[in-house]
Design a protein around this ligand. Structure first.
Ligand code: SF4
Length: 158
């Protein structure tokens, strides 16, 4: 949503980039030789881990966007519990019907949710929940201009 909060400035960014992979792009496979990838969310499952390693291997500069990616934040709230207890809570105690753990539709959870930089190198951190739109815009413009992003608008800069 912070992306959309850039309002008309998003057009300025769009004119200077080619979006090759996103939920809005109908491409199933993450392409090779990507210049910049922006990742949201923590690394919670074996599928997440596989995906972020693949993404890292195919991108030159990786941005961790938002507290969930930077610190594990909300998905990391489960980290004080065992995976079995989390699953039991979600699929048995909180379910009125069909109390069972789905075995083939959800990826296997890791023992704890990890921030992105714990599993692959991250080049730029944009914290915040959500990150301020001005910071996202400024960082993207800086990268497009070939300069170092100014993160003073984030709490890292304070
Ligand atoms: S807004 Fe906050 S909770 Fe939602 S994905 Fe971003 S960092 Fe996580």
């Amino acid at each position: 949503m912070s992306f959309l909060d850039m309002d008309e400035r998003i057009l300025e960014i769009a004119a200077r980039v080619e979006v090759v992979y996103s939920p809005l792009v109908d491409l199933k496979e993450f392409p090779a030789d990507v210049d910049v990838t922006i990742v949201e969310g923590g690394v919670s499952s074996e599928e997440d881990l596989h995906k972020i390693r693949m993404v890292r291997s195919r991108t030159k500069l990786l941005i961790a966007l938002g507290d969930c990616a930077v610190t594990s934040n909300v998905p990391g709230m489960r980290n004080t519990f065992k995976v079995d207890d989390v699953m039991k809570r979600a699929y048995f105690e909180n379910a009125d019907l069909k109390q069972q753990v789905p075995s083939d539709v959800i990826p296997k959870l890791l023992p704890r949710t990890r921030p992105v930089h714990e599993v692959v190198p991250v080049d730029v951190f944009l914290p915040g929940c959500p990150p301020p739109a001005d910071v996202i815009f400024g960082a993207l413009v800086s990268l497009l201009d070939g300069t170092t992003p100014d993160l003073s608008g984030t709490r890292f800069g304070r």
